[in-house]
Design a binder for this molecule. Structure first.
Ligand code: GDG
Length: 464
């Protein structure tokens, strides 16, 4: 079996506490042997390319520090202010600056140069996400002939939106250096094909082989999952049980509705609060019978649009609570803090409704975690945005348009009154999918396809 070199912006080996994706990549690295390479998260006064090698829980990690200018232009700039908003359909928030594009290119050249000596002739190289689009091309230009795969964790935007990015063509052409490109869903894959066929004259056959001039590479839809077993075990842990009790007691018999999201404008938090308010107004009989607990740990706080969404949400939660609260009841508990995963599992289990309403999301792992944490004998109901990649695999959730306060309100009403039999039926089917297509399945599918052991595209085994 070939060694695996995983390359991603941040490296987080070390198992459970870091979340399912880190668990899966660590497991794949343990199985194949190899190295996880990326940015240390630290700043250095001058880039030296010095690699810090460590061994964490059986996984070898190799990290490199970046200069302040690289962090500003590559990470805060092109990745977080340009690509993230654009790829989530928010060109109104996307900032197009040549300095960001230059910094992004420079950082990727530096990553390639630094990773080069780590790569041996038979290694499989697996590059992760939008921070590293050009890395494959940079490695090729330095003579790397290995199989190199790329997985995109966020949506691929529609062609006409992508065309607003000055570097759109160069960026997409750069991706042709990979042997395999993975997307979460058929929709993101089709968007990519649409751009490539219109702008680069590419053609794609039924098995997902893309041909552009002399280049031939494979495209697959390969949806990421969670470590379902680990999550169900977390939900049964002592800490989760304690949290479950605390949440239930604090709800004093009311139905708890939960949302858990990084504080990000793509997650539809504002629209969610408005949908919930609509529900309170349209269903006076349910008022005081429900509480919304929204956990939203801040992220990317140095970026203006993230500061703005934070203050907008604080204002909105305050206004809704001010307008509807009573002496002994507050409609929204809004918490800007992160919690440990076992505690989150307890919160999910204590909540009769999981409200997951991103405006656009590559996949969305919270939807799957919510399902995995439920009590099989009395499960809660998942309300899920149609615009999350997860909606493709989770048709038994109550699917909503997150832009419509009325649809959110109707779905809340339906979830709260849903008979236990129906809840169990829906949950069982959702859980089967979460268990079958877990994160180990995802990493194996991708590495097998990269190794070319599977001729079949991942998409063909997905549920429709
Ligand atoms: C990107 C794509 C895609 C949240 N709050 C806390 C906490 N979390 C954890 C959740 C979940 C993870 O963060 C969030 O995952 P998502 O999938 O929802 O979203 P992104 O961070 O935007 O991830 C996304 C994903 O990549 C994988 O491909 O699904 O579409 O945008 O695991 O539980 N974890 C802890 N405390 C918190 O307070 N410990």
């Amino acid at each position: 079996m070939s060694r695996l070199i995983v390359i991603s912006n941040r490296v987080s080996a070390g198992g459970g506490a870091q979340g399912g994706l880190a668990v899966a990549l660590s497991a794949a690295l343990r199985e194949h042997g190899g190295i996880w390479f990326g940015w240390s998260g630290n700043e250095t006064s001058e880039f030296t390319g010095h690699i810090n090698m460590e061994r964490v829980d059986g996984v070898t990690t190799a990290t490199v520090d970046l200069e302040e200018q690289d962090i500003e232009e590559y990470y805060d700039g092109y990745a977080n202010r340009t690509l993230w908003p654009l790829f989530h359909y928010r060109i109104d928030l996307a900032e197009y600056e040549r300095s960001f594009a230059d910094g992004y290119k420079r950082a990727n050249e530096r990553f390639a140069e630094t990773a080069l000596p780590l790569i041996e002739p038979d290694d499989l190289v697996w590059v992760q996400d939008y921070h590293m689009f050009p890395l494959g091309k940079e490695l090729r230009s330095r003579g790397v002939e290995n199989r190199i795969g790329f997985f995109l964790h966020i949506p691929w935007p529609p062609r006409r939106l992508l065309a607003t990015l000055p570097e759109a063509r160069a960026l997409t052409e750069g991706l042709l250096a990979y042997d395999l490109i993975g997307f979460h869903t058929e929709e993101w894959l089709q968007s990519f094909c649409d751009y490539v066929s219109h702008e680069l004259g590419g053609t794609v056959d039924d098995d997902g082989w893309l041909t552009v001039g002399e280049r031939r590479l494979r495209l697959i839809a390969c949806p990421v999952g969670i470590d379902a077993k680990e999550f169900a075990a977390l939900a049964a842990s002592e800490k989760a049980r304690e949290t479950y009790e605390r949440v239930r007691v604090s709800a004093v018999g009311r139905t708890m509705i939960v949302g858990v999201d990084r504080l990000d404008y793509s997650k539809g938090l504002e629209e969610r609060f408005l949908g919930y308010e609509r529900f309170l107004v349209e269903h006076p009989e349910e008022r005081k019978e429900v509480t919304l607990l929204q956990i939203a740990p801040p992220s990317r706080g140095t970026v203006d649009s993230y500061q703005r969404i934070r203050s907008t949400l604080e204002g909105l939660a305050g206004r809704i609570n001010g307008a509807h609260a009573g002496l002994d009841w507050v409609p929204i508990r809004y918490v800007n803090q992160g919690y440990t995963r076992d505690l989150l599992a307890g919160v999910y289990r204590a909540s009769k409704v999981g409200l997951v309403t991103p405006l656009r999301d590559g996949m969305n792992l919270v939807a799957k975690e919510y399902v995995a944490a439920q009590d099989p004998a009395d499960p809660g109901v998942l309300i899920l945005s149609r615009f999350a990649g997860a909606a493709d695999q989770m048709p038994e959730a109550l699917l909503v348009n997150p832009h419509s306060a009325e649809e959110i309100s109707d779905a809340l009403s339906r979830a709260i009154t849903m008979p236990r039999e129906e809840r169990i039926q829906r949950w069982r089917r959702l859980m089967n999918g979460v268990e079958e297509h877990d994160v180990m399945w995802w990493s194996k599918r991708f590495t097998d396809a990269l190794q070319d052991r599977h001729e079949q595209a991942c998409g063909s085994v997905l549920r429709n």
